[in-house]
Design a protein around this ligand. Structure first.
Ligand SMILES: C[S@@+](CC[C@H](N)C(=O)[O-])C[C@H]1O[C@@H](n2cnc3c(N)ncnc32)[C@H](O)[C@@H]1O
Length: 318
């Protein structure tokens, strides 16, 4: 199987920066069409960002329709349209059930998640996401949380660092990388991107831009617990979706895509224990609409390099 990741090269980032927009939505029409929007329905955009997907959802809703938009980054709020049908939730989507209840929505007609970070987050040097700038080793999407990339580099064990660079960044020499980070702690406090880059000069393998992009991706996933929160979101879906409601998830990393694929197939993350006396098959939760993950068109991939690693999966609640 070919591993697909969202390693974003400096060139990809530059393309977005040149266009000077908050974020270019990826697979916009594919994702919106997949939701099969009912004009008076309630829809959730888990990752509002620049609001590209949300605006398309709103276009398809009538005055009774509602959109609940989550984003844990306070910067996203500036993109909110003036529209009474929108409820903005400035929190992590892992709390989806709680906030839907709080806003008196029982079940919803569709959920969209366009995972990862926005181009805006990459383009702000002070956020520490991009290898292009110097800045603090921060990488938090939610600036109120306490764990930063700097904290991880200063406190994680060599073993923990090795695993995270291997799994989340697919860094080929992740063991050496982890060892060098730990060795240099006494003289490097890993406060800034330049400090990290300097510390890693001797371990960089291949193209330095690509290497640092892999290192940064791994740190970002760990800082924001991206796989855990996705799992938490998925586990709540069966409880919040109406029958026939659609869920569309765009992921940029093979580990995320695998979580989505398996959850859509089984409807849970619980290990199935084989019981020879149990005759009934477990009831299915979803019908899978996208048998294979949907990819961006060649034209979109050319126009927006970020879309190259995007995979959209769609399922319908039974
Ligand atoms: C790829 S962008 C989404 C872009 C959006 N679809 C658009 O068209 O502009 C991801 C956004 O989701 C937010 N985000 C990522 N993970 C989140 C989470 N677990 N909870 C809430 N917001 C999250 C990020 O802060 C970012 O603004």
């Amino acid at each position: 199987m070919v591993k697909k990741t969202n390693i974003q090269s400096a060139d990809d980032e530059l393309t977005n920066q040149q266009q000077d927009v908050y974020h270019i939505p990826v697979m916009l029409m594919e994702a919106i069409d997949a939701l099969n929007i009912q004009p008076n329905g309630v829809y959730v955009d888990c990752t509002f960002g620049g609001g590209g997907h949300s605006r398309e959802i709103l276009k398809r809703l009538n005055e009774d329709g509602r959109l609940v938009a989550f984003d844990q980054d306070p910067d996203a709020k500036r993109n909110l349209p003036t529209d009474e049908r929108v409820v903005f939730v400035p929190h992590n989507f892992k709390h989806i059930s709680r906030f839907l209840k709080l806003n008196r929505f029982d079940k919803v007609d569709g959920v969209l998640a366009d995972l990862g970070v926005s181009s805006h987050q990459f383009d702000e040097a002070a956020r520490g996401f991009s290898t292009r700038f110097d800045g603090p080793l921060d990488m938090r999407m939610d600036p109120s949380q306490s764990v930063t990339a700097s904290f991880i580099l200063q406190t994680y064990s060599q073993q923990q660092l090795h695993k995270l660079f291997e799994q989340y960044g697919e860094v080929t020499n992740s063991k050496t990388l982890a060892a060098v980070i730990v060795q240099q702690r006494s003289r490097n406090s890993y406060q800034t991107i330049e400090q990290l880059k300097q510390a890693l000069q001797s371990v960089v393998k291949g193209n330095p831009n690509k290497y640092f992009a892999q290192v940064f991706q791994a740190l970002r996933i760990e800082v924001n617990e991206e796989l855990n929160v996705l799992k938490e979101l998925l586990e709540q879906l069966p409880g919040i979706l109406k029958p026939k409601a659609r869920v569309a998830i765009i992921s940029f990393h093979s580990l995320e895509d695998r979580l989505v694929k398996n959850f859509f197939k089984k409807g849970s993350f619980e290990e199935e224990v084989y019981n020879p006396f149990e005759r009934e098959e477990k009831e299915k939760v979803f019908s899978i609409i996208s048998k294979k993950p949907i990819e961006a068109s060649p034209e979109e991939q050319k126009r927006n390099p970020r879309s190259r690693s995007a995979r959209l999966r769609v399922a319908e609640k039974l």
